[in-house]
Design a protein. Sequence first.
Length: 114
Amino acid sequence: MKSIDIEHFQGGEGTVHFDHILETEQMHGMNRVYAKVTLQKGCSVGYHIHEGDGEDYYVIKGTATIDDNHERIITLQAGEHYFTPSGKGHSLTNLDDEELQVMALIIYDHEQSI
């Protein structure tokens, strides 16, 4: 498992920690990212739009605040998930004192290539 820290990921605040469960080549063209993402209080993944893939966040621990395509703000607790399809955008923020951990899975949108 490869672990990395990225400052200001996608233009967000603070540091985002990634524990990559599988590397891209291990997913045989089906998925782009499969990782546990950890955010401390005040840290975020900046707003970004998915093109040609979608992303699912599954909350393991803490409370996730998500900007859903600039249309609404969603709050998720442990055991809940949120999917952003291709062509839509989102951000992920930890506003709580408790560490936020989510599983992030970015899935290629193979229907767009048909």
